[in-house]
Design a protein around this ligand. Structure first.
Ligand SMILES: Cc1ncc(COP(=O)(O)O)c(C=O)c1O
Length: 392
């Protein structure tokens, strides 16, 4: 068979760091080991029943068997606007300030292609969600990373950006509650972001994937709650985490009209819109009963407490995440993040994601997910306590 080589563009895509680890975990499972997988970010709970029921009903409607309108149904955009008003007190024009997405990831990968020319500079957090790098590569843009350091509560320090970088930068990605660090943003930080963006003509994309998950009674801030945010940027919201709908592929972008229209234009060329029944179910999720969101948040908080308290009780001095469903744990004993992840897998049959996979400044940490039951997290702590490095 002839072999057709991939294009230069495809060859320029970043390598999937975690693929090797996932393969190794698969091998351990195939050998019959009981692996506790804390390495990935797939919500473990089902989609709430009322949302599934809406999909079932809507799937039977012949209208939904046709092509849905380009750019999606108006009722879903209205639902997104109603959601932002209800949850954040933010007014959104559904006709001009909402773009429907096939999940947050699609929007995040599309945006650099919407706004950047080859060689343009984009500012990206380090550590950060690796899919940001894919969009940068597809747009042939130049990525400048912004270190997220623990001493700055995992917020970028904009003073570190040189005037030259600031003058070249056209786009900035931010993400709070943060994957992988579990940090949240403050109002002051978002105000500083708006000021910087406005002075330097940088468009901000705030990835609010974990917007619904905040601990200790703190509701995570939407970037759009800050004065002037809509002038300089957009927020990407996904239903994947808030409503356990990761497999449904539905999210939306809200905010700056010019950015929204650029996304819609690209999407007009790439797709029609989402299956109409998914759009109806998504509108139901956003505007229907919200108890499920509160209960989910409480579930993650209980798991966080079990994990963090348990690890502290065995002498590992870890920091508790403030939001998201991840904990970002400082690697003990001066091991590298990969060395420590290997020890966890080989000796405790626990998968954790080594921080280096999220960028250079992720070194020295591992990311663990709160996506297993409290019993499994207790068992994970027990196994970790048996490791040589935790035996005093
Ligand atoms: C930080 C962050 N952004 C965006 C996403 C994308 O989520 P989805 O494409 O399911 O909306 C994820 C998913 O893991 C994420 O962790």
């Amino acid at each position: 068979m002839k072999q057709f080589p991939p294009s230069e563009l495809l060859n320029s895509l970043p390598k999937q760091f975690f693929a090797g680890l996932v393969k190794k975990v698969g091998e351990y499972i195939a050998e019959g080991h009981d692996v506790i997988n804390l390495g990935q970010g797939n919500p473990d709970q089902p989609t709430p029943a009322h949302i599934v029921a809406k999909l079932q009903e809507a799937a039977a409607n012949p209208l939904n068997h046709k092509y849905s309108p380009f750019q999606g149904y108006g009722y879903l955009k209205q639902a997104a606007a109603d959601f932002y008003l209800r949850e954040y007190g933010v007014t959104i024009d559904p006709a001009k300030e909402v773009a429907i997405l096939f999940g947050g990831k699609a929007g995040l990968v599309e945006i650099p292609q919407c706004l950047l020319n080859p060689g343009d500079t984009i500012l990206v957090p380090d550590p950060g969600y690796p899919d940001y790098w894919s969009g940068v590569a597809l747009a042939k843009a130049e990525m400048v990373t912004m270190p997220l350091r623990e001493q700055n509560n995992f917020l970028p320090d904009f003073h570190e950006l040189s005037p030259e970088v600031l003058s070249k930068a056209k786009l900035m990605f931010l993400n709070y509650p943060n994957n992988p660090t579990g940090a949240t943003a403050t109002q002051e930080f978002f105000e500083e972001t708006v000021k910087l963006a406005s002075e330097n003509d940088i468009s901000i994309v705030h990835d609010f994937a974990y917007g619904a998950i905040g601990f200790d009674g703190e509701k995570p801030l939407s970037f759009l709650q800050v004065d002037g945010a809509k002038d300089v940027g957009i927020e990407i919201y996904t239903l994947s985490k808030t409503y356990n709908m990761a497999g449904w592929r539905v999210g939306f972008a809200v905010g700056n009209e010019s950015v929204i229209s650029a996304i819609e234009l690209l999407q007009d060329h790439l797709y029609v819109s989402l299956f109409g029944a998914v759009q109806e179910a998504a509108a139901e999720a956003l505007t229907g009963p919200q108890n499920c969101v509160k209960e989910l948040n409480e579930l993650y908080e209980r798991r966080r407490n079990v994990l963090i308290d348990g690890l502290r009780s065995i002498g590992w001095n870890v920091t508790a995440p403030k939001g998201s469903f991840f904990a970002w744990l400082k690697v003990p004993d001066r091991l590298s993040s990969e060395e420590f992840s290997n020890i966890l897998l080989e000796k405790a049959h626990i998968m954790a994601a080594p921080g280096i996979g999220f960028g250079e400044f992720g070194e020295g940490y591992v990311r663990v997910g709160l996506l297993s039951s409290e019993e499994r997290l207790v068992e994970a702590v027990r196994r970790i306590s048996c490791l040589e490095i935790f035996k005093k």
